[in-house]
Design a protein around this ligand. Sequence first.
Ligand SMILES: Nc1ncnc2c1ncn2[C@@H]1O[C@H](COP(=O)(O)OP(=O)(O)OP(=O)(O)O)[C@@H](O)[C@H]1O
Length: 349
Amino acid sequence: MVGPLLELRGLAKRYGAHTAVHPTSLAIEKNDFFAILGPSGCGKTTLLRMIGGFVPPSEGRILVAGADVTRLPPERRPTGMVFQNYGLFPHMTARQNIAYGLRLRRTARRDLDRAVDEMLALVHLEAFADRLVPQLSGGQRQRVALARALILKPQVLLLDEPLAALDLKLRKAMHRELRQIHQAIGGTFILVSHDQTEVMTLANRVAVMNGGKVVQQGAPRDIYTRPADAFVSAFVGEANILPANRLRGVIELAPGTVLADPGPDQPVNVVIRPEQIQFGPGAETAIRLQARMVDAIFLGPFSHLRCELATGASLLVQIDSNDLNRMPALGSNVTLGWQAGNHLVLDQA
Ligand SMILES: Nc1ncnc2c1ncn2[C@@H]1O[C@H](COP(=O)(O)OP(=O)(O)OP(=O)(O)O)[C@@H](O)[C@H]1O
């Protein structure tokens, strides 16, 4: 096949005067684990539901393997969907739920049993096959929902915040399983999530949405290291964002701390990640700032120090938690710094 497996061309959704999704064009390759990441209300679920056929677009087209599916109902599309609330039939067992789609297709009994057994093995639910849905845990229900969609061998599997209802530990376990399932069976997965850790763990490509628009797309690592704007830098990982002015190629971050940055005179955001900042009076760095340490937050293997600049701006600094008891007392003056090239300068516009 030439070209992407799934292509969105100017796909948009309006509800009256409100635009949930602005015209969006995306190309998703075969075997991609693609994630749509964004805050609540950014339009990511609407975009996914349009792909699945559950929301009619206001304009634009959806192509799968070159064929236009824009007007097809969900059951006639080569897509499968796993819903946030699972959407299982509570009066059926795990096995019956998983078999449901093939039954509708009038699959022969022997083939059906074999396919269901394969799915039960894939999601490690052999021992729970004959339990009714209410007798299953949240994680087990999630796996039934996944198997029920996968048994139909969709070309594109759509996952709408599938792990949102699970606690953190179970979610992490499911991340490992989802990765393994994707590696084992291949296929194209599209995940909608507001959880950047989930997206970083699972996806090989990400589209970040804000206000109904895709604001950046790329590999997770590229988005983290080269965010397109201040929103992306703060949404994908932690970021310190220092608003400043660029005048004649110089940005004054704080009294006595300037950065050379060629470019037009205009307001900019200087973005620096907490883990890029070095801490302590001996910080031998090109860029140095005086600050006051106002808080220390223990976060397990690493900790965050919150430091205030004379300008009133606040900076998060990440340190190894082993160094926590070597830190000066809260309220002390400290020197912070980073190497030139570790920050990004983004135009505020
Ligand atoms: N049926 C509808 N009628 C009117 N407005 C809607 C409808 N569905 C969604 N919207 C609006 O469209 C916008 C995008 O909604 P959507 O559910 O796609 O966001 P989201 O990013 O998935 O958010 P969340 O993570 O909270 O589900 C929101 O402002 C929402 O209120």
